[in-house]
Write a protein that binds this ligand. Structure first.
Ligand code: AMP
Length: 208
């Protein structure tokens, strides 16, 4: 199953993807995570994109497309994949069309007020990448990761000024993909305001 998860930042794509990958036994490929790993590893690419991610802007298409093409060529992606956070522009979607054939594009629908609530409460463990939410999914012990006990941090791009900018970027550059994929008859809408188990169940039954 070749899937794309589309939707605004904070809609829960990553959370659902981490469960859906077990359900379908396919890898979860998040371009945001790939970039953050490069930044953490201080690679050439990481140094190139660090400031872009902190601002909430999009990394240039050529860089992003090349990274995804390389990732999809890895052995585990042969049996299928969940692309989370890619494509984000029409140019990326066209490039993806020439790389592979998709089975469905899941469109996570969530209104602006809820997006802001979710993003501003999000906290993350830098080393494991595990995410929490201050209200909806708090850690067992305040401020630290359940597994490692490390202090949780707020992503720079989850800070209020960056959130507003990321939403603008989403509306201008990524939302047009909804019509693009609806025209291609690939779009499956899900109500992302529900609890994660309900979103997963709705998606699995829609895909069946
Ligand atoms: P995410 O974790 O999906 O919210 O992505 C975090 C950041 O990574 C975005 O705000 C962009 O700066 C960058 N990024 C992730 N995916 C893409 C993409 N498909 N195209 C361009 N930039 C991306």
């Amino acid at each position: 199953m070749n899937l794309v998860f589309l939707g605004p930042p904070g809609a829960g794509k990553g959370t659902i993807a981490s469960q859906a990958k077990k359900h379908f036994d396919i890898p979860h490929i998040s371009t945001g995570d790939l970039f953050r790993n490069h930044i953490k590893g201080e690679t050439t690419l990481g140094k190139q994109v660090k400031a872009i991610l902190a601002s909430g802007d999009l990394v240039p298409d050529t860089i992003t497309i090349a990274m995804v093409e390389q990732r999809l060529a890895e052995a585990d992606a042969k049996k299928g994949f969940i692309l989370d956070g890619f494509p984000r522009t029409i140019a990326q979607a066209e490039a993806l069309n020439s790389m592979t054939k998709l089975d469905a594009v899941v469109n996570f629908e969530l209104d602006r007020e809820q997006i802001i609530k979710r993003l501003s409460g999000r906290r993350v463990c830098k080393s494991t990448g595990r995410t929490y939410h201050l209200v909806f999914d708090p850690p067992k012990r305040e401020g630290v990761d359940d597994e490692t006990g490390e202090a949780l941090i707020q992503r720079d791009d989850d800070k209020p000024e960056a959130i507003a900018h990321r939403l603008d970027v989403y509306l201008k550059q990524t939302e047009p993909l909804i019509a693009f994929y609806r025209n291609a008859k690939l779009l499956v809408d899900v109500d992302a305001s529900l609890a994660p188990e309900a979103v997963l169940a709705e998606m699995v039954s829609a895909l069946a």
